[in-house]
Design a protein. Sequence first.
Lengths: 157, 66
Amino acid sequence: MAERDDLLLPSELFVGLPEEKIRQIAAIGHLATFNTGDVIIEEKEPSNDLYIIQRGLVEVLVSSGVVPDVHGPPEPTPVVQLGRGQVFGEMGLVDQGARSATVRCLQDHTAILVVPREAFWRLCEADHQIGYVVMRNIARDLSFKLRHRNLRMLMET
Amino acid sequence: MVYKISYVITGGQYPGAIVNREAPPQLGEIVELGEKRFEVIEIADLIPPQGDFAFLHVTLQPIEEA
């Protein structure tokens, strides 16, 4: 539990929540460890969980045609690396669509908190402060990722 | 303060990264992403701070390994 709290407290996803509510979220997740090359989620698969990186590094890969405005070869192509404190799987949490990307581990002993979507939604329904704050923070995180992608595209032109 | 950083890398060979760190980035600093090393050549605020988080854009330049 203490390790999960250490993970959640520095995560932007929970900015604005009191500590006891962060503990409630930590209690519904579990820690998973991955090694270099492990595929954590795969594009086109159903989405069920939200992932928060405690330590380590992962890369996000997309294939041409899966995301309409991302061009490239048909094989998965890295678009960003995500490190400690970052979140992925949030698109599936919000829209329940299939995975839009593959996420692969880049460092041994990468530790990730896995939060099941259904349990998380139940918690949000039961406590609207948690639901509002986390959804606001997810929106800011998605905005940040879009800004990152825009800057990257500018750099490539 | 936690610094959430969007690393964008010149040259288009590397995908860039988003990471949290406790210390602010410095111009000329060497950053390791995976097994690669990069030099910080530009730092800018990306969006206003929220709570204990600052949101920065950092441009990196790959270091040519000897």
